[in-house]
Design a protein around this ligand. Structure first.
Ligand code: FES
Ligand code: FE2
Length: 374
């Protein structure tokens, strides 16, 4: 979207910046406006790293996983050389998805008219292409995207020329080392999918503060972990946010592997939509897939620590699921308030919501960089 389009959307960035400086939120309109949403798809989601799925599903040559980065359908493959490859999952013939579900294939065959692609994205065969004049298969390879693995996670970026993941987030590796962000060895359990009836930024904001934990998560998260403002810790970086706390004394003590008291609760957010959650029992990398100006899907890949029995792990998975469902309920009731635009800007509580201020800055920077043509 050009400067003109930003202007025609009526975005007065100076006014927004002035509101943010006063600890006010974005204008309510930013959470439901189709033009702003279109802008974000173009300038945020098409240019950012996003969590795609577990590396464990790409162990073998020919393994494929499907995912979305924003509205871009993507397929990631393990190619013949053992490398990870990522492609826009859109057939070069007439846009059908080349792969419709996670699978293992020697060739990727589009189901519509049976064009086949190699695992490196090159077009293998287009039926009846010999009847065509000037049809060169080399012109119709799958479009590449950037793909990388970190820990148990595969990340994708629709921009094939994107800076590498750890360069894009220079604070990530130091934080991961310092805080022991590492769930290698946890076993992939399965995917939880939550339909979120709210703008994607509402879901990020909800996950960026535990101010609501004592009211919303009394019998879930806050039963398991300490949500006290004196203990609960926020780390606000440039394009990365962290939250850390300890187990609640009243939380059930599980037999089995002794707790590593340094592990406890760790949450990392990577701009714009990746979240990594880890405790001793369960870890879940996740991402938000926007589906409209007022809806998105939160995808969470659940991993479990192999040293615990199934009942313990089920209880922990249930606690996390309850926490996420409670958040889902909150934003369902919040979104109509934003849609009404009757309260033009909310008032943040920076002592408890500093991470939201930081997130707003990340969004704002994406807008102002686009306006400046960066
Ligand atoms: S759309 Fe893929 S073969 Fe026709
Ligand atoms: Fe929550």
């Amino acid at each position: 979207m050009s400067i003109r389009a930003i202007d025609s959307a009526g975005l007065d960035l100076d006014k927004v910046e002035e509101a943010l400086a006063r600890d006010m939120t974005f204008p309510a309109r930013w959470y439901s406006d189709p033009e702003i949403y279109a802008f974000e798809l173009e300038h945020v989601f098409k240019k950012s790293w996003q969590y795609a799925g577990p590396v464990q599903l790409l162990a073998e040559h020919g393994d494929c996983i499907v995912c979305h980065a924003g509205t871009v359908p993507i397929v990631v493959t393990r190619d013949a050389d053992g490398g990870l490859r990522g492609f826009v999952n859109v057939c070069r013939h007439r846009a059908f998805p080349v792969v419709t579900e996670n699978c293992n294939r020697k060739l990727l065959q589009c189901r519509y008219h049976a064009w086949t692609y190699n695992l490196d994205g090159s077009l293998h065969k287009a039926p009846r292409s010999e009847r065509e004049t000037e049809f060169d298969p080399a012109d119709f390879c799958l479009l590449p995207v950037a793909v990388e693995a970190w820990n148990e996670c595969v990340f994708v970026n629709p921009d094939p020329d994107a800076a590498p993941l750890l360069e894009a987030y220079p604070e990530f590796e130091p934080l991961a080392l310092e805080r022991g962000l590492d769930f290698s060895g946890y076993k992939y359990h399965g995917r939880n999918t939550y339909e979120i009836p709210a703008n994607w930024k509402v879901w990020v904001e909800n996950a960026s503060e535990c101010y609501h934990c004592p009211t919303v998560h009394t019998h879930s998260f806050s039963d398991a972990f300490v949500d006290d403002a004196d203990v609960y810790e926020y780390v606000d970086g440039e394009r990365i946010l962290g939250q850390f706390t300890v187990y609640n004394e009243r939380a059930k003590r599980y037999p089995g592997k002794p707790r590593d008291e340094s592990v406890q609760f760790r949450y990392t957010y990577l701009w714009p939509v990746t979240t990594l959650v880890q405790d001793d029992y369960v870890a879940f990398p996740g991402t938000i897939v926007p589906t409209g100006p007022e809806s998105c899907v939160f995808v969470a890949d659940m991993f479990t620590h192999p040293d615990y029995d199934q009942q313990t792990l089920d209880e922990r998975l249930q606690m996390w699921n309850a926490t996420l469902e409670e958040d889902q309920e909150v934003v369902l009731l919040q979104q109509p308030g934003l849609r009404s635009q009757m309260v033009p800007n909310g008032r943040l509580m920076p002592a408890s919501e500093s991470a939201i201020s930081r997130f707003h800055r990340m969004v704002f920077d994406a807008f102002s960089n686009a306006q400046n043509g960066d």
